[in-house]
Design a protein around this ligand. Structure first.
Ligand code: PLP
Length: 459
């Protein structure tokens, strides 16, 4: 129990005043929100004293784990030196410059798409709005203003602003607020478990799923398409890991029609897939890379877009003033924390750990879940993982929506002291990259516990 927090009082104030994101407001009037009081390493604690292993790294962002003093020190020092100044009107600040140069040095060169420039925001959503504006500006400047359409994927998540939610392919979000905005359209996701045909291999499916992009380009009209946006691995949609054949075929198609490729790496960058950037894992060549979340390990809001040379050259040489920006673009404190976080990740070799031994151990242990009677299609990509909870494994029968199997399992995870997320009948996890083998063993023990309880409840 955290003696300094009066849980009932905070919960009452919470439901009286705080409109939570992605929450049915009425739910919190009854049972009250869980009050998270503090955190350390891979654990968070609630105000009633429960210790919970944070298998989701907050919201896919606390890659370096909790309690990292050097990140707090970097913020404190920068606040005492220069807490804020804007980067409009031909002014700049040292941490923003240093971080932009650092990111440019970390992003591997991919020919004419090499990344030398960064546009800053404070979140993934804002960054994707910036992408829409930059992409349309790029084609305007090239004398092709009719190229406005951005193609995305169903079940993608690209944020909650009007453009972000429109780029995303979440039907529940589109149903609220007249979305998508014009000139955004969607294709299917490369989800082999759900969309593979009988007798079709994963690799055949990957090529077929990429082909939906070509079909869409042809139906929209190739001269009207500005860009394709996608996450390397679809995260919030349920950790949809594409077959290896998918990205090379996507690359072939975007190259064939000359359209821009936007890699939304708000989840997949900064070590999550075992590389600094997610596109390295799959070997494709984006023009723009969206980042946020783990650039600061979530300690302070910061986002942005890595702008490849193909786009940057046109914006810089032909663009004149770009009428777009945020008060907090290049915020000195956020950038100072970003620099400290990248330094920490380099020193502790977090991307390399995920790429190497520790990632392999996680993959091996997670794949063992396929032996559990409730589980199929358990797989990892770096430090993201997903599995399907299945009703009858032998017959291949899935749970009905009203069984709410994911929510049942999620509740048992919480009860067992583990955060895992449910997306329909999929359970997903994205733990901090600092995990030891012993931590992975403990996480697996908790997963098995929650699965056994779920199995017993639904039998
Ligand atoms: N893009 C992706 C791939 C995301 O996963 C998210 C958030 O989860 C966003 C964009 C939106 O980021 P933010 O919540 O910082 O606006």
């Amino acid at each position: 129990m955290n003696a300094s927090i009066d849980t009932a009082h905070i919960q009452a104030l919470d439901s009286a005043h705080f409109l939570h994101p992605f929450t049915d407001f009425k739910d919190l009037q009854g049972r009250g929100a869980r009050v998270i009081s503090h955190a350390d390493g891979i654990y968070v604690w609630d105000s009633e004293g429960h210790r919970i292993l944070d298998g989701m790294s907050g919201l896919w962002c606390v890659n370096a784990g909790y309690g990292r003093r050097e990140l707090a020190d970097a913020a404190h020092q920068q606040m005492m030196t220069l807490p804020y100044y804007n980067s409009f009107f031909q002014t700049t600040n040292v941490p923003a410059v240093q971080l932009a140069a650092k990111l440019a040095s970390l992003a591997p060169d991919v020919g004419d798409r090499s990344f030398q420039h960064v546009f800053y925001s404070s979140s993934g959503s804002e960054s994707n709005d910036s992408n829409v504006r930059m992409v349309r500006r790029y084609w305007d400047l090239l004398g092709q203003p009719q190229r406005k359409v951005i193609i995305s994927r169903l079940n993608a998540y690209h944020g909650s602003t009007m453009a972000g939610a429109s780029l995303g392919g979440m039907s529940g979000m589109h149903a609220q607020g007249d979305l998508p905005i014009p000139n955004i359209t969607h294709i299917g996701q490369p989800y082999f478990f759900e969309n593979g045909l009988p007798g079709e291999s994963a690799e055949e499916f990957g090529v077929r799923a990429a082909g939906w992009l070509e079909e869409k380009i042809l139906s929209v009209g190739p001269d009207k398409v500005a860009a394709f946006i996608a996450e390397p691995v679809q995260g919030a949609g349920g950790v949809i890991i594409p077959p290896d054949s998918y990205w090379p075929e996507i690359q072939r198609i975007v190259d064939k029609y000359g359209i821009l490729l936007i890699s939304d790496e708000v989840i997949c960058a900064f070590g999550r897939l075992g590389h600094w950037f997610g596109y390295e894992k799959f070997g494709y060549k984006p023009d723009l890379v969206t980042f946020a979340k783990a650039i600061t390990s979530g300690y302070i809001p910061l986002g942005g877009v890595m702008v490849g040379n193909r786009v940057a050259k046109v914006l810089i040489e032909q663009g004149g003033e770009f009428n777009h920006g945020y008060t907090y673009s290049g915020h000195p404190v956020a950038c100072a924390v970003g620099l400290a976080n990248v330094a920490l990740m380099e020193r502790e070799q977090l991307p390399q750990r995920v790429h190497g031994d520790i990632g392999a151990y996680f993959a091996q242990r997670f794949a063992e879940l396929n032996e559990h009677p409730l589980v199929t299609a358990a797989e990892t990509c770096g430090f993201v993982a997903g599995m399907v909870l299945i009703k009858d494994k032998r017959a291949g029968t899935r749970f009905a929506e009203q069984d709410a199997v994911g929510m049942v399992c999620r509740a048992h995870c919480f009860g067992s002291g583990l955060v895992m997320r449910a997306v329909g009948d999929r359970m997903i996890i994205a733990p901090p990259l600092t995990m030891s083998r012993a931590d992975i063993d403990e996480m697996m023990r908790l997963i098995y516990l929650a699965l056994d309880l779920t199995h017993a409840e639904l039998r």
